[in-house]
Design a protein around this ligand. Sequence first.
Ligand code: KG4
Ligand code: ZN
Length: 383
Amino acid sequence: MPDAYILGIESSCDETAAAVVRSGEKIISNVVFSQIGTHQPYGGVVPELASREHLKAIVPVVRKALADAGQTYQSIDALAVTQGPGLAGALLVGISYAKALAFALDKPLIAVNHLEGHIHAVLLEERQKGNHELHFPLLALVVSGGHTHLYLAEQRGAGWSYENIGHTRDDAAGEAFDKVAKLLGLGYPGGPIIEKLSPHGDPATVTFPPSQIKHRDRREKGARSEAADQPRFDFSYSGIKTAVLRYVETHNLQPSIDARRKELVGIAKPKVEDYLAHCDQRTLDLVASFQRAMVEDLVGKTLAAVRAYNAATLFVTGGVAANNELRLRFEMDAAMEGLPVYFPSRPLSTDNAAMIAAAAYPRFLAREFAPIEFSAEAGLVLR
Ligand code: KG4
Ligand code: ZN
């Protein structure tokens, strides 16, 4: 099989990204334009602004990905683009551009599920390191700003299929990091800020009650018949955010939060020292305790699922997988169970297009090309 160079395009949220990947196993170029600066003043992603920024960035980002790879529009073998899940308007920018390019160049176009992309970020980097050995069953935790999903992944020939065995009932883990950072006046995105501040606090100071899932998931109604009796490992993170809010109220932290917010707004790219200069010890302890509770819940539930499904390999991927405490804890606990656990490198944990180009490769081999009329699917399910 000759090498195939796939140009991946990703625009599902607040990163405009393009990359060239060779045969699903080697990153030739990887360009990510982050919109953080645009959304920061609003404390979260503003969908309309995201679409506008994608429109501005997509052409230069794709050009740079091709130039960095020493490729041209004509020399690539296929294009791949994120179809969903994500923000509909943001997805449409990438999809319209990819369709137009594919049509003009007469090249095949492959539609990719963003969540499958996160899983393939791990596969891509392991192949790149020369590790082609995988043991099944393979369990993947996709933990990001929009998702906290557990999948059993199976390889069928060149292709892959996925079974969801758990997901968040409310907020995603990354969303909880973002909301807590916002309510503490720490800005956006919350995960990297909370990670940097946590080592300065005592994680044993505040104890959060473990998340409880009482009712059956209504969204699942009628959807699962044959798998209905299999155990599920759902998550819930809206409670911990409310518990942080309660702590803020009972300890009268609001005045210092308001002051911090005002000070930090005036700093273009705050550094950890800037945050520290505006955080008292109680706030740092709260931040560290929150991160510890998130890590314990994610690791505990995932490893329970590993045991229940007798998984032989664990992948942890998505933006929150960039978190060092989470990685260390997974590594430690998985080692005790003799379970190999793999993460993407930090740059490939958060959104990028190399993972989209890698996930497209099995479909390229199977000639599973997208029809020209396909469109964005904000709630696309991974199967
Ligand atoms: O995968 P991603 O880039 O986009 C989505 O698909 O959502 O994930 C972004 C999420 C954000 O919620 C961000 O706060 C979180 O990942 N995140 C982190 C870290 N870096 C990014 N959360 C915890 N620790 C980090 N170091
Ligand atoms: Zn993502």
